[in-house]
Write a protein that binds this ligand. Sequence first.
Ligand code: VGL
Ligand code: ZN
Length: 187
Amino acid sequence: MSNISIEDSALIIVDMQNDFMPGGRLEIKDADKIIPTINRCINKFKAKGLKIFATRDWHPEDHISFKERGGLWNRHCVKNTKGAEFHKDLALNDAIIISKGSESEKEAYSGFEGTELADILRSSNVKKVFITGVATDYCVKNTALDALNHKFDVYLIIDGIKGIKNEEEAIREMKQKGIKLIESRNL
Ligand code: VGL
Ligand code: ZN
């Protein structure tokens, strides 16, 4: 595949937080291994003066997605805790941070849910979004599908994502719905 133009694009890095990394409260196997790839993507976007967004799960202590509230997950990414911080090796510096899932009673797997992400992208004249991060089968998928709903052209950077358990199926679904797959080396 030839390199594609990223002039009207933004990079969205999903939930690269300590609790989702090996040793974290909701660890995803090998989630830290995609960091060098993501950092290379950051450099490419930065070199072109393009916007970089980093979403983060930013939950209150009693979030509805936690097991003690009948949800699916161990308590994770509680705002202002170490577990909610971005992995230290991620070269985020001037990324725009988008916090989600910060209301106790609302699930928010997508970076577009209850945030200003769509407005900022639109006012920056972004047409294409490139998505990396975790988890492929939850927040990455929901963010990517929401980006499609908001009429952006959506690319999934396939060597820059990691899933919890249904990664293949999630990728198939995204592809079938119109999301394009790209390798970071073709950026
Ligand atoms: C996520 C489970 C719970 C994710 C967030 O970032 O994919 N997964 N909260
Ligand atoms: Zn969460």
